[in-house]
Design a protein around this ligand. Structure first.
Ligand SMILES: NC(=O)c1ccc[n+]([C@@H]2O[C@H](COP(=O)([O-])OP(=O)(O)OC[C@H]3O[C@@H](n4cnc5c(N)ncnc54)[C@H](O)[C@@H]3O)[C@@H](O)[C@H]2O)c1
Length: 404
């Protein structure tokens, strides 16, 4: 039996996927309300194919509880934030979950850390806990970082290649067999520190390349040139593949994990440091664009400006580290208020001046800033024809649109 610890964005789909493929699974989360919701037959976030997977897993007998189970394999998928000051990983959730598991874990059991961690975290923080708590009991550690992207999680769980880091090949192969129950991609078995490094490097690669596109957007703004046309032409070169600029980077991965390397290697990770600062500066850049465009249009009523989208990416309901929330915070830091905001995926009130109906939102603004390219706005573009538009994703083909 596999006990999955942490039933959030990563742990829940992983638990459901294992259960749907014949593995006996118990999902454990210390959030009582979350467990109650799952036991009442409801998923806790929106994701393509998740509800169907949930039903399959229920039929296969998956259980949800707040109790840690006595079993031979644990998969830990808890948050790994970074310390905002030192930029280093804050491993407190991972060590906390491991301590909880150790209260029941029998000799020779395997604890798989799925959470993204900085290279060396398992050796520095997790192993000492195990040695201190269990004394002579042998517990195996494995790192199996997750690569899936919100919005396409179910497909990617099935098809992505995976990395498994283990102390020895036999344990690595045992865990590989469990993931192979559903994973159709290639599964590489390596050592723990290499697995830790690969996951962080993958996200850092993305962050640095996004930062390059964002920097080009700023240079082109200065020169009043079309960054999208420039990127399009450059990408016709056989060895150039520039990403698209955007209003900032959010989510739990690309905006977080590269900081681990900056925190641990501050004198070495210079490009990464600058890239993260460039990406983090984008919401402020958008705020400044709003100011410039208002001035150009002789507009001075901020309450007639609306931000479309609160999530960190399109067609999901995940708002963590979202550029819109960063922009709203920046607005307040400048002692200003008034920007309106709307997102079809966010039903709760999370911001001032928030709307829950697109038509109402549009009728109360003259200037719309497209922060997120949800399908909804793409399907309703004609409704924006009388508005001033700042399109941060180059999705609007109406005349007179402003860009980053
Ligand atoms: N969200 C993503 O897109 C994504 C993608 C790849 C990797 N990751 C990584 O996966 C890890 C988990 O991220 P997430 O987005 O699923 O986080 P999350 O916040 O959605 O879920 C974490 C869950 O763990 C539970 N939890 C924390 N400590 C616990 C404990 N001691 N016992 C039981 N439950 C506990 C929390 O209650 C929460 O429900 C992170 O390291 C993240 O970097 C996330």
């Amino acid at each position: 039996m596999v006990n999955v610890i942490g039933l959030g964005y990563i742990g829940l789909p992983t638990a459901l996927m294992l259960a749907s493929h014949g593995v006996e699974v118990v999902g454990t989360d210390y959030n009582k309300k979350l467990v109650e919701t799952l036991n009442a037959g409801h998923t806790t976030f929106k994701e393509d194919g998740l509800d169907e997977l949930f039903q399959n897993a229920l039929k296969s007998g998956i259980k949800f509880t707040t109790e840690y189970q006595k079993t031979d394999v644990y998969i830990v998928s808890v948050p790994t934030p970074y310390d905002k000051f030192s930029k280093k990983i804050d491993p407190v959730y991972v060590t906390g979950a491991v301590k909880d598991v150790l209260k029941v874990a029998p000799e020779e059991s395997i604890i798989v850390i799925e959470s993204t961690v900085s290279p060396g975290t398992i050796e520095k923080f997790v192993r000492p806990e195990i040695e201190e708590i269990t004394k002579n009991k042998k517990i195996h550690l494995v790192h199996a970082p997750e690569r899936i992207i919100p919005g396409n999680m179910v497909h990617e769980l099935l098809h992505n290649n995976r990395t498994i880091g283990a102390d020895n090949k036999e344990i690595g192969e045992r865990i590989k067999k469990i993931y192979s129950s559903f994973c159709q991609g290639e599964i590489v078995v390596t050592d723990i520190k290499t697995a830790e490094m690969t996951k962080v490097v993958e996200n850092t690669f993305r962050a640095v390349n996004i930062a390059f596109a964002n920097e080009l957007a700023k240079i082109c703004r200065h020169e009043n040139m079309d960054v999208y046309e420039i990127i399009r032409i450059c990408n016709m070169h056989p060895r150039v593949n520039i990403l698209q600029p955007g209003p900032g980077v959010g989510g739990h991965c690309i905006s977080v994990d590269p900081w681990f390397l900056v925190g641990d290697y501050p004198s070495l990770a210079k490009v990464i440091d600058e890239s993260m600062k460039t990406n983090d500066g984008m919401p402020d850049f958008v705020l400044n664009r709003i100011y410039e465009i208002m001035k150009k249009n002789n507009m001075n009523d901020i309450s007639r400006v609306g931000l479309y989208g609160l999530t960190y990416k399109e067609n999901v309901d995940d708002m963590r580290e979202s550029p819109t929330l960063q922009l709203l915070e920046s607005q307040e830091r400048h002692l200003a208020t008034g920007l309106k905001v709307y997102d079809p995926f966010i039903k709760k009130d999370v911001a001032k001046n928030q709307y829950h109906d697109l038509n109402q939102f549009l009728s109360d603004i003259d200037f719309i800033v497209i922060m997120v390219k949800h399908n909804e706005i793409k399907d309703n573009m004609e409704k924006l024809s009388s508005k001033i538009i700042l399109d941060c994703h180059n999705i609007c083909k109406l005349p007179g649109v402003y860009h980053l």
